[in-house]
Design a protein around this ligand. Structure first.
Ligand code: PGA
Length: 266
């Protein structure tokens, strides 16, 4: 079985619950047009307050709804935080963890992100682990070291079977929200490296089944070339996902790619 393709929108702190519903109403007919070949799973990571209504509507139109963050505890005295079980009950099916805005703007460190991955799996939420290097780290030739550290620490002590639902998103920090995506070649190399680290942690067979998405200034014009790279299994889209037409166009490109088969020697 090939790896699943994904087109995931990350709305960040945009759209009220009303706006979310209007968006889905607009998105629905656009998604039904001309889907041929391997279909991408279409997903949206929405603000907490939109999860319940968006998830109900999303079920009708085949769009999965998830959250953008969560706390690592099951419950507790953590004012302003949100628990995985609350997200799950509201209808979230997945959760972004370790997004660069969480790491860099809110100071989330490696141990915290690791605990969140563990908790998400315990709560039956699919973790989408976001990793990526800063420009400084890339210029210093440290991107592989940084990616390795982010992946290894997040997955520490988690077996391949326990983590089977996990997706990885490679999002170079310098490409997020800058309008300057990574070149497909550079992204392809980073993805291949991420898979190598996954192989070391979980073995070849399990690693070959993990979908790795690219994120960072993805636009309709750039998505096809990114997806032509064999290790790129979909996209995580921020700014361009805020408009339903643009996001549907991106998702339609994801449909065109044939998912690679897992390696024979695994
Ligand atoms: P962008 O954001 O597409 O606006 O660069 C990507 C992300 O933050 O996931």
């Amino acid at each position: 079985m090939g790896r699943t393709l994904y087109a995931i929108g990350n709305w960040k702190m945009y759209k009220t619950s009303q706006e979310a519903l209007h968006y889905l109403e607009e998105l629905a007919p656009l998604l039904q047009n001309g889907q041929k070949g391997v279909k991408a799973e279409v997903c949206l990571a929405v603000p907490y307050t939109s999860i319940r209504s968006a998830a109900e509507y999303g079920k009708e139109i085949g769009v999965k709804i998830g959250a953008q963050n969560m706390n690592d505890a099951r419950e507790g005295a953590f004012t302003g935080e949100i628990a995985g079980l609350m997200l799950k009950e509201a209808g979230a099916e997945f959760v972004l963890l370790g997004h660069s805005e969480r790491r860099h703007l809110f100071g989330e460190g490696l141990p915290f992100i690791h605990k969140k991955v563990v908790r998400a799996l315990q709560e039956g939420l699919q973790p989408i682990l976001c990793v990526g290097e800063t420009l400084e780290e890339r210029e210093a030739g440290r991107e592989e070291e940084v990616l390795r550290e982010q992946i290894e620490s997040a997955l520490e002590g988690i077996s391949a079977a326990e983590g089977a639902s996990l997706l990885l998103a490679y999002e170079p920090v310098w490409a997020i929200g800058t309008g300057k995506p990574s070149t497909p070649k550079m992204a392809g190399e980073a993805h291949a490296f991420c898979r190598k680290v996954l192989e070391e942690v979980w073995g070849k067979k399990a690693a070959s089944q993990v979908s790795i998405l690219y994120g960072g200034s993805v636009k309709p014009e750039t998505v096809a070339l990114l997806l032509a790279e064999k290790e790129i299994d979909g996209v995580l889209v921020g700014g361009a996902s805020l408009d339903p037409k643009t996001f549907a166009e991106i998702a339609s490109h994801c449909v065109k790619k044939t998912a690679p088969k897992p390696r024979k020697n695994s």
